[in-house]
Design a protein around this ligand. Structure first.
Ligand SMILES: Cc1cc2nc3c(=O)[nH]c(=O)nc-3n(C[C@H](O)[C@H](O)[C@H](O)COP(=O)(O)OP(=O)(O)OC[C@H]3O[C@@H](n4cnc5c(N)ncnc54)[C@H](O)[C@@H]3O)c2cc1C
Length: 424
């Protein structure tokens, strides 16, 4: 026997995609239920790097000040390292494109996500239900999604009826599965081991260290901490949790510059694992339902853009739903527009992430590419502009962008790392 509640919109998942969607819709006057199976603050395996374009999106929902005040680390650029080369790029203006607020930031997800949930709690139109688990979407007689079936913290089944259901429940979304929208992802099954260290020298750069077909992505975060993820093929991941740390340490030796930086540091938290890091959906919208963030599909986190996709997607979806809720006859066109906006903004970024991912798997390619980025730093800045989400792919057609990338005067090269060991 169902208990029932009724809202304009039910949002499944209180990560960045869900909270930003809820905050935007709640402030437009719609009655929103935001549900998550976890209590907050909760940990989420992540590189914890927010690309420059995330900052204005945080500002739009009123979260930026608190995030910065909680000590988020500023990230001005990125070092990309292979066994033979190291390239350095900066987040900087090129032509008419500038990184908002001069760069990205690093912050623990338990801080970032908790602040967003707390902001949602203070909104009179938003009901936050934590410790509630989604079972699946519920369809009406004509196939329209009419709500979400959920299990409350006492284990009772509840039907959250709504005019619209938003699946923001992340990688391997239950809402997407329940709607029958999941497809097959052609890429390899990758897994991540996420480590957090204290006692690492502070720098203002994120880092990617490519080792064989695998990589470490690392970033300074708040509270003087440093996050380092190892992303590897799933079939190489050890089975027992006691083997994770030796496995991580073993791979670290293949990235000597990172190993050197972490030499005097120690783990501040237990290692987390996560994967398989792949999913692709056949669609993201339908009558009465839409997906946002990782629930739409997931690309390997190599370029560190997932949080941007989540927050920017939430902004696009909230506008579409506002139109659809105000005038139900406009729902199909509002959802088509959401699909179109996502494709226009995200498809080139997904394509670049997949291209880099494929290159990573080809022996010799990462070294040649990073060698080129090292020789021509302007190319590295352009790559950072693209993956920092403030330089659109069409910006590469602008001569002004190339001119300012190439003519940029650089400070004398700093000794980013001590020299590579002999033969590396
Ligand atoms: C190893 C790794 C490193 C990454 N590094 C970066 C990085 O440095 N920068 C970057 O921008 N992106 C990074 N990403 C990607 C980024 O973490 C995601 O893109 C981002 O978290 C997506 O936000 P979301 O709100 O869509 O999903 P999530 O943050 O995953 O939130 C989904 C929420 O849904 C809830 N949920 C799930 N199932 C249910 C259920 N059945 N019932 C109720 N609630 C449910 C979960 O508890 C969760 O709170 C990384 C990802 C991984 C795996």
């Amino acid at each position: 026997m169902y208990r029932e509640r009724e809202y304009d919109v039910v949002v499944a998942g209180a990560g960045p995609a869900g909270t930003h969607t809820a905050l935007r819709l709640g402030r437009l006057g719609w009655r929103v239920a935001l549900i998550d199976r976890c209590e907050f603050p909760r940990k989420k395996p992540c590189g914890e790097f927010l690309s420059p374009a995330c900052l204005p999106l945080l500002e739009e929902v009123g979260l930026l000040e608190d995030v910065l005040a909680s000590g988020a680390a500023r990230v001005r650029g990125m070092d990309i390292v292979t066994s033979g080369h190291r390239a350095r790029g900066d987040y900087r203006s090129m032509g008419t494109y500038s990184p908002p607020r001069a760069g990205g930031i690093g912050i623990r997800r338990e801080v970032l996500d908790h602040q967003a949930v707390e902001a949602a709690r203070t909104e009179p139109n938003i009901t936050v239900l934590l410790g509630w688990r989604v079972s699946g979407p519920v369809s009406g007689p004509e196939g329209r999604t009419i709500g979400l079936s959920v299990i409350d913290p006492e284990g009772k089944r509840v039907l959250l009826r709504s005019r619209f259901v938003v699946g923001a429940d992340g990688l391997h979304s239950r809402v997407a599965r329940g709607l029958g929208w999941t497809g097959k992802y052609p890429g390899p099954a990758r897994f991540a081991i996420v480590a957090r260290f204290e006692g690492v020298d502070r720098r203002k750069e994120a880092e990617v260290h490519i080792v064989g077909g695998n990589y470490f992505a690392a970033c300074p975060i708040d509270d003087g901490l440093f996050t380092a993820n190892l992303v590897v093929d799933g079939n190489r991941l050890p089975k027992g949790s006691s083997e994770l740390e030796p496995f991580f340490q073993h791979h670290l030796q293949e990235a000597p510059l990172l190993a050197e930086r972490l030499a005097g540091a120690h783990l501040s938290d237990p290692l987390l694992t996560c994967g398989p890091l792949r999913s692709e959906n056949r669609r993201c919208t339908g009558p009465g339902a839409a997906l946002v963030g990782d629930a739409c599909g997931f690309v390997d986190p190599l370029t560190g853009e997932g949080l941007y996709f989540a927050m920017r997607g939430a902004s696009m979806l909230a506008s579409a739903l506002d139109r659809a809720l105000a005038d139900p006859a406009r729902e199909p066109s509002a959802l088509r527009r959401y699909d179109r906006d996502r494709r226009r903004d995200f498809a080139p970024r997904y394509a670049l992430a997949r291209l880099l991912q494929r290159g990573l798997q080809r022996p010799g390619v990462p070294d040649r590419v990073v060698g080129a980025l090292e020789r021509i730093p302007a190319l590295c800045d352009l790559l950072l502009g693209l993956t920092g989400d403030y330089l659109p792919a069409r910006g590469l057609l602008s001569p002004g962008v190339w001119r300012s990338a190439i003519q940029h005067e650089r400070p004398a090269p700093r000794n980013l790392f001590r020299s590579l060991p002999d033969g590396q």
